[in-house]
Design a protein around this ligand. Structure first.
Ligand code: SF4
Length: 63
């Protein structure tokens, strides 16, 4: 499972980096950077939660 950020959609609201610092950190211009290449099983629920809470649907989970 991979997580990507749809950068043009991101509102830079910061929820993902604040709530899920193991997966995201703030990057250039406030757009988050994904910290893992593959989401490890123990972070899968966090990744799904991040995608749900993102106000703009910019967090994409790919199987
Ligand atoms: S929660 Fe969504 S809109 Fe907010 S910074 Fe993260 S990716 Fe961007």
């Amino acid at each position: 499972v991979k997580v990507t950020i749809d950068r043009p959609k991101c509102l830079r609201s910061g929820q993902c980096t604040y709530l899920h610092p193991k997966l995201f950190k703030e990057g250039e211009g406030g757009i988050p950077v994904v910290l893992v290449d593959e989401v490890p099983p123990e972070l899968q629920a966090e990744a799904e939660d991040a995608a749900e809470i993102c106000p703009s649907g910019a967090i994409v989970i790919e199987e």
